[in-house]
Design a protein around this ligand. Structure first.
Ligand SMILES: [Zn+2]
Length: 288
């Protein structure tokens, strides 16, 4: 299996590093939601989770997805070769369909009890910022290899597109997890095309029906298409996290690593109440 991807590592990764550094500075200057936990402590905890997830992403997920594409390309397997689409269309349509596939993967992680155990580690973060974008349990990365590789093979997308898509995917993940307050008027328009920090903040709410909405990663269209879009929750009303995981002492890296293997907890707060919010009208119009 090919492991080294010079353009990905020498161009893609440094670009992501620059984007992340800019977001890190900006989100501190223009804060969207008020922090509930000490920033440095959370950064160290989230970095400890990322330290196992990121090597798995780079050394297993990326090579696995690339290998799936190479195999499909070599055997003329998948939707794109079968339809005999021109190269430019394979890149353009392929990019869109890869993103559509990830919408379903994200939804599946919320709907499958087994996958949620791992995705819960990401959602149990009690604040949302740039560091949340890499707080994924390594098991979630392992689980995504057969799914994402399978989608890539079924589509038969060009292998270089897989690497290009991954760089944009990671950049957009960093952007929409950030705690950056964009001008409301700008974000209101931007979220018609792509997932934005306010939109994704709603996905991290402790209100269950809000968490189970806004699954898109790059383009917000997929949520609009499947009516899972929810934009009508003001950010200052959102409590970030998962209700049964609100004890800061459980945010230690060792516990976060064990979390998927513990008995799942019901969607209730420590006092036994279920977080709820009255539905507002017009779910497709972003509130500040
Ligand atoms: Zn999620």
């Amino acid at each position: 299996m090919k492991i080294l991807f010079p353009k990905f590592d020498k161009i893609g990764m440094p670009l992501l590093g620059v984007a992340a550094s800019v977001l890190f500075v900006l989100e501190a200057k223009r804060q969207l939601r008020r922090r509930t936990r000490p920033k440095t402590k959370r950064l160290i905890q989230n970095a400890s989770v990322a330290v196992t997830a990121l090597p798995a992403l780079r050394l297993l997920l990326v090579p696995g997805m690339y290998a799936a594409a190479r195999w499909a390309n070599r055997h003329q397997f998948g939707l794109m070769p079968w339809l005999k689409l021109p190269t430019a269309v394979r890149y353009g349509l392929g990019f869109l369909l890869l993103d559509y596939g990830n919408y379903f993967w994200h939804m599946l992680m919320h709907r499958s009890g087994l996958l949620w155990r791992f995705h819960n580690v990401h959602h149990s973060d009690m604040d949302l910022d740039l560091s949340s974008a890499w707080r994924f349990h390594v098991g979630e990365n392992f689980a995504s290899v057969p799914y994402r590789g399978g989608v890539i093979a079924l589509l038969g997308v060009p292998a270089p597109l897989v690497l290009f898509y991954e760089v944009i995917f990671e950049g957009c993940t960093a952007f929409h997890h950030s705690n950056l307050r964009l001008p409301y008027a700008v974000e209101k328009q931007l979220c018609k095309v792509m997932v934005t920090p306010r939109m994704h903040g709603i996905h991290h709410s402790i209100v269950r029906q809000e968490t189970n909405s806004n699954y898109s990663v790059i383009f917000s269209w997929w949520d609009r298409l499947h009516q899972t879009l929810r934009l009508n929750v003001p950010q200052d009303e959102i409590t970030i996290g998962v209700p049964a995981y609100r004890n800061p002492s459980e945010q230690k890296p060792a516990h976060l690593f064990r979390m998927p293997f513990e008995k799942p907890r019901a969607w209730v707060l420590p006092d036994g109440t279920v977080p709820e919010r009255e539905e507002r009208p017009s779910p497709t119009i972003l509130l500040p």
